[in-house]
Every structure is written in structure tokens, then in C-alpha cells.
Design a protein around this ligand. Structure first.
Ligand SMILES: C[S@@+](CC[C@H](N)C(=O)[O-])C[C@H]1O[C@@H](n2cnc3c(N)ncnc32)[C@H](O)[C@@H]1O
Length: 368
């Protein structure tokens, strides 16, 4: 095999093992490996006892985490010196995981995978482990049928999309916790990509429990910020500081008065016709100079990893929604057809790992 073939094989192998890698990550989060190690580095046996798991399984999981750079192993203790004869082996250094080393979170795990960190993505991992993971087992059916797979994966009909997504209270909670994790990392950047202070009244439609709206209110303290979402989502949700929560159906009910509507990860749930209908309603509700800020997955166009992520997300939309990820030009077309003009795009910086960008479109006329 020449170098190119070797590279190809290595890449293929990494793709084939991708599901195993995901499971190591998900299982470690579910079992509480990173949270437990956040308190102190531990030997495998101690950790196994704390987690209530077998030593043999824990050790293999931890060693897989070390290989994936999620954990580190105390370097001085990593290799075991073996002396004497053992099955014909004459002694020397061996690297099997019979060592007594202590495992610790790497910086990556400490930052993103523990529960308490300000950048924690653990809730996203827990949701991916539970819902999308099961849906992805039905990718073949989704491709053949061109539709989501709630019925096959969970026995839930999906004629009403969000009734399927929110099929149980715990499921709705897990979904929103996962989504909120994104805005800890990307909320401020997407909201400051354009100066929104020119829009005194801002309403985040389909804004969940207000995670992005809370960022908006802190970045633009002079603006009045509200969220509109379904009653089930907002029932019992704590009101974020300086954000008003309203219940309603953005397809049917009268829309609140606003100078700017945020639509973050909303249009990607729906087919073009529904997006058109919603954008037309927004256009009709806005005064001249009012706007809509679409926040969607618009990764830096040249970053290969981000482009791959976008393709995976679009398949995930097939499995989980009625919509798809769209390129900015496709959103521009939808916006123009609904009567919006001047759509300006802000992607994350090419050097960042950011995935979400913003497309700001306004109606003709002076700003409010
Ligand atoms: C994918 S989530 C995005 C949530 C939030 N904007 C974010 O980015 O984290 C879509 C949101 O739209 C809300 N939604 C769906 N249909 C709706 C409707 N007809 N009226 C109001 N909200 C709706 C859902 O409850 C959910 O919170």
C-alpha cells in the first residue's frame, strides 16, 4: 500500500469506529466519570467503586478515554516494571493497563464534559446518547422514506412534530437542556455579529426556555427582550432575568409586537412551505425597518470539520424533524420570497470551532 492508500484505510477505520468512540464519550458522561474525576484524580479501582461499576469494565473504559484524550493517566505510573519470568517473557517494561496509575480529566474534559463548567456540553452529550443515537439506528429507513423515524425508534407517531419531540416530560427537559448548552458557547458571538441595539423590542420566537434571550438581554440592556414558545415548554420554567416569557403558537396566534424577531434553530425544523408561511407572518407583523435574525448552522465555509458537521446535522434533521439544514443562499431565497431584503450573513471566524452564524434581514424603510 502506498501512503495515500494507508491514509485512506486509516480514515475509513476511524469512520467505522465512530460509533464506538461516541459510545465511550456518552457512557463516560452518563456514568459520571468526568464529574467524579473533577474532584480529584483517582485510581481505576477507586473510581469503579465510586461509580458502582466493575473494575474490569471501568479500566477498559478509562483506557479508551485516555486514547481519545478525554483523560490522562499519571505518566510516572503509566508503565509497569515487570521482573522475572512470566510465560516465557524475560521481564522489562510493559504497557498493559495493569498499572496502578491515577486517571484525571484532560483540559478538554474539564472544560466541556463536567456538569458545572460555564462551557459545559454534558447535557448535549446526554441527549445525543439517548434520542438521536436511537434514531440514527434507522438511517436506512429515513433515507428510503425521506422522513423522520420517531415511530420506528420510539413507537411515537410524528404527525405533530413537537408532540413527538416532547413525547414525555423527561424528554422535553433533556431536549431543552441540550439546546441550552450551545448558547453557553456561541450565544454572545451570534448576537454580537450585528449591532442589534437599533431594535428596541426583540422577541425570540421558539426561544425555548430563554437561554439565548437571556444572553440577548445582557448584551443589549436597553432592549426589551421576550420569548415566545409553547405552553408545555414554558410551564414551570424559571423566568430569566430581564426576559419576558410568553406562550403561544407562532404559526397561528397573533405575534407580539417587536422590532426584531429572533429565529434560532427554528426554520431548520420545518419544510420550505412552513418556513415561508412563518416568515410571511413575521413580515406582516413588523413595521418598516424591522428585522429578523436567523440563527442557524452556518459554519465557516472553508473549515472541513465544520462542513462535515453540517452534513451530519442535516441527516439528523431528516431523522428528527420535517426540516433540513440549509445554506445561507437557501435562507436568503426564503427571506426574499417573504418580502425581506438586505440579508447580511455573519459566520463564525474561520479559526474558531463555532458552528452557528447569523443572517440578518430587514424590511424596507428606516429602522424603528
Ligand atoms: C429546535 S428548538 C430551538 C430552541 C431555541 N431557539 C434554541 O435555539 O435553543 C425549536 C423551538 O421551537 C418551538 N416551537 C415549535 N413549534 C412552535 C410553535 N408552533 N409555536 C411556538 N414555538 C414553537 C419548540 O418548542 C422549540 O423550543
Amino acid at each position: 500500500m502506498d501512503g495515500q492508500e494507508e491514509d485512506g484505510l486509516e480514515l475509513l477505520r476511524s469512520y467505522a469506529h465512530g460509533f464506538m468512540v461516541s459510545q465511550v464519550l456518552f457512557t463516560s458522561c452518563q456514568l459520571g466519570v468526568f464529574d467524579t474525576l473533577a474532584q480529584a484524580p483517582l485510581h481505576a479501582a477507586t473510581l469503579a467503586t465510586r461509580l458502582g461499576c466493575s473494575l474490569t469494565g471501568t479500566r477498559r473504559l478509562l483506557d479508551a478515554c485516555v486514547a481519545l484524550r478525554l483523560l490522562s493517566l499519571d505518566a510516572r505510573e503509566r508503565w509497569c516494571m515487570m521482573g522475572g519470568r512470566m510465560d516465557g517473557w524475560k521481564g522489562g517494561w510493559i504497557g498493559l493497563s495493569t498499572h496502578p496509575g491515577r486517571y484525571a480529566n484532560t483540559d478538554m474534559a474539564a472544560t466541556y464534559l463536567t456538569s458545572d463548567g460555564p462551557k459545559s456540553q454534558r447535557d448535549m452529550m446526554l441527549y445525543l446518547a439517548q434520542t438521536p443515537y436511537q434514531l440514527w439506528a434507522h438511517l436506512g429507513h429515513a433515507v428510503r422514506e425521506g422522513r423522520n423515524q420517531y415511530l420506528r425508534a420510539f413507537g411515537t407517531p410524528s404527525d405533530d412534530l413537537f408532540a413527538a419531540i416532547y413525547r414525555a416530560d423527561e424528554e422535553r427537559e433533556a431536549f431543552h437542556r441540550a439546546l441550552e448548552a450551545t448558547w453557553r458557547l456561541e450565544g454572545r458571538r451570534v448576537l454580537t455579529a450585528f449591532d442589534l441595539s437599533a431594535f428596541p423590542v426583540i422577541c425570540d420566537l421558539g426561544g425555548g426556555r430563554g437561554a439565548l434571550a437571556r444572553v440577548c438581554a445582557s448584551v443589549y440592556p436597553r432592549c426589551r427582550v421576550s420569548v415566545l414558545d409553547a405552553p408545555d415548554v414554558l410551564r414551570g420554567a424559571p423566568t430569566p432575568r430581564r426576559v419576558r416569557l410568553r406562550t403561544g403558537d407562532f404559526f397561528r396566534d397573533a405575534l407580539p409586537r417587536a422590532d426584531l424577531f429572533l429565529l434560532a434553530r427554528v426554520l431548520h425544523d420545518w419544510p420550505d412551505a412552513a418556513c415561508q408561511a412563518l416568515l410571511r407572518r413575521l413580515r406582516a407583523a413588523l413595521r418598516p425597518g424591522g428585522g429578523v435574525l436567523l440563527v442557524e448552522a452556518f459554519p465557516p465555509s472553508r473549515a472541513r470539520a465544520a462542513r462535515v458537521a453540517l452534513r451530519m446535522l442535516s441527516l439528523n434533521m431528516l431523522l428528527q424533524t420535517e426540516g433540513r439544514e440549509r445554506a445561507p443562499r437557501q435562507y436568503r431565497r426564503l427571506l426574499a420570497a417573504a418580502g425581506f431584503a438586505h440579508a447580511r450573513l455573519a459566520r463564525p471566524p474561520a479559526s474558531s470551532a463555532g458552528l452557528y452564524g447569523a443572517l440578518l434581514a430587514t424590511t424596507a424603510g428606516p429602522r424603528p
